[in-house]
Design a protein around this ligand. Structure first.
Ligand SMILES: C[S@@+](CC[C@H](N)C(=O)[O-])C[C@H]1O[C@@H](n2cnc3c(N)ncnc32)[C@H](O)[C@@H]1O
Length: 529
């Protein structure tokens, strides 16, 4: 990585010329004649000679032109204006944030094209006070990751150079009063110097690089998700010609990323995994991630994993108590099921995708919960009608006893489809003594409605064949796209839905109706437990 170079003061030819011109101009200035004309003329002469020197001698630091050549600051305080020299030298600019314009439109990454020289304002400060001065100037010093604020002055080891923020400091007048007082207190020379710095690819941020490369005015920030060592992007059409360059830049700028992939299909397949193209780095898709302090491993190209669901996973797990019974119908590689088992719940987890099932089993072992978690590889409906129903019946005596403290949770996270599975619960059981053991369902759905909470409730009611009014809670999980929300509806399956002849039997035995839940919209914590 190239960085700040040495300083050079001995530009004798330049200084000689400057001396002659100073004398000449001071005479004119004193008489007040033709100032504008002389400024323009002198600047041109100096500009040419300084430019020559700069290229020939690799100039790094030059004192600025004398005060009377500057236009704004001189009249006020007799201080040096910063920009005088850069105004004459088009190669020099103070913009730290824009790579050279020549990179516009490149589709292959050539890091050398990102080199450019910038001229930064600098103060020359005695070595023994530099820390104190830097601390006091913290509002005005250069703040740019990867760039030092204090650099050596190679020609004068008793001094250091404090680099200043070019957006804030253009002349001594730019300093705040308190800062000026500090400079005075430490006898700092009240002259701003120009420090020439070579910026390289390493210095620029990824968005600055991509903004400079992609066609002007086009969006470059299409965001990405990170899954272990893999960055996963969803590039738009106008970004596709630059996809390999984008992938390389993202990989370069994100430590630990060794692979960048682009989604090539909308996830509408059954297993909810992406088809992807590797844009940069290795094609190893076996990811290792940590979510809520639990480690998961899986093949990202073959299973579903969304890092944006970690809060939702922990919200649901937060509703569980040790000893609860959890049936996870669309379990994926286990982000609800494994933490639930870790919490000492007994878990039955299922996924139709054989790859998800394989990694679910793997993650159980990895997290040492295989004695608490049983895995299944079948369709969700078959899972509910088979193993879940069987297990439930086995537990029924315990679950419906008065002392029972165990809650039953059924998690259904397949937002595109899960609601349509709710009819499974209709008349699933013969018995009606389930009243104290009714399972709580957490069912996910997308909604494009203006009233997503009402929409999801209405659709759940249609599949259950009963009203959930006052007996459900609805939680907004996340905004998936403009006008598309992911929601979670939680409710205890009503006894009249779950048990055959429930109403008739209840009327005979005069059993009280199930406790009604608060009519609670868009809240997580108040939901049924
Ligand atoms: C949206 S993912 C959720 C995975 C996991 N629960 C999570 O929160 O990350 C849905 C999962 O359902 C599985 N799946 C899709 N259709 C299914 C079905 N009919 N029966 C069971 N699982 C299914 C997919 O393979 C996928 O792993």
């Amino acid at each position: 990585m190239r960085s700040q170079g040495n300083t050079t003061w001995n530009i004798s030819r330049y200084q000689q010329k400057r001396k002659i011109l100073n004398t000449f101009l001071q005479t004119f200035h004193r008489f007040g004649f033709f100032l504008f004309f002389t400024k323009t003329w002198t600047n041109t002469v100096l500009s040419v000679s300084v430019k020559k020197l700069a290229t020939r001698q690799q100039l790094q630091l030059t004192p600025l032109l004398p005060p009377y050549l500057s236009s704004q600051c001189i009249s006020k305080a007799g201080v040096t204006k910063l920009n005088t020299m850069s105004a004459y030298n088009p190669e020099e600019d103070v913009n730290l944030y824009t790579p050279p314009t020549t990179v516009r439109g490149i589709t292959e990454l050539n890091r050398d094209l990102f080199r450019k020289n910038v001229a930064l304002p600098a103060l020359k400060v005695k070595k023994d006070v530099v820390n104190k001065v830097t601390k006091s100037l913290k509002n005005s010093t250069l703040k740019r990751p990867g760039l030092k604020r204090v650099v050596e002055d190679s020609k004068d080891e008793m001094y250091r150079l404090i680099l200043l923020d070019p957006c804030k400091i253009s002349c001594m007048e730019s300093f705040e009063t308190s800062e000026k007082a500090v400079l005075k207190e430490y006898n700092v020379d009240l002259q701003i110097h120009m420090y020439h710095l070579e910026m390289t690819y390493e210095h620029f941020k990824p968005e600055e690089i991509l903004k400079a490369v992609l066609p002007e005015g086009q969006d470059v920030t299409s965001g990405f998700s990170r899954v272990g060592h893999i960055v996963h992007m969803n590039l738009r059409d106008h970004q596709l010609p630059y996809k390999y360059l984008i992938g390389q830049v993202i990989m370069d700028k994100n430590p630990g990323v060794t692979s960048v992939v682009n989604k090539t299909n909308i996830i509408d397949n059954t297993y909810r995994n992406f088809q992807m193209e590797v844009l940069a780095g290795e094609d190893n898709m076996i990811a290792k991630v940590k979510e809520n302090n639990i480690t998961y491993e899986f093949d990202f190209s073959k299973v579903y994993w969304n890092p944006r669901l970690s809060t939702e996973h922990s919200r649901i797990v937060g509703l569980l108590n040790s000893g609860d019974l959890v049936y996870d119908v669309f379990a994926g590689v286990g982000p609800f099921a494994i933490p639930a088992a870790k919490k000492n719940c007994r878990v039955m987890a299922n996924d139709l995708n054989p790859e998800s099932y394989k990694w679910l089993v793997h993650n159980c072992k990895l997290n040492k919960v295989n004695n608490k978690l049983q895995s299944f590889n079948m369709d969700g409906r078959d899972f509910l009608l088979g193993p879940v129903k069987k297990d439930f019946i086995k537990q029924i005596e315990i679950l419906s006893s008065k002392e029972n403290k165990t809650s039953i949770h059924i998690i259904m996270n397949l937002p595109g489809l899960a609601i349509e599975f709710l009819d499974v619960f209709r008349q699933l059981f013969e018995k009606q003594n389930l009243v104290d053991a009714l399972p709580t369902v957490h069912c996910y759905s997308f909604s494009k409605s203006n009233e997503p909470a009402k929409d999801i409730q209405r659709r759940a009611e249609d599949f259950l064949g009963t009203s959930l009014e006052g007996r459900c809670s609805i939680h907004l999980v996340r905004n998936v796209a403009p006008n598309k929300e992911m929601m979670c509806i939680s409710f205890k399956v009503p006894a009249e839905v779950l048990c055959k002849n429930y109403l008739a039997e209840r009327d005979n035995t005069e059993e009280p109706a199930p406790k009604r839940l608060r009519p609670d919209e868009v809240t997580a914590s108040e939901g049924p437990q």
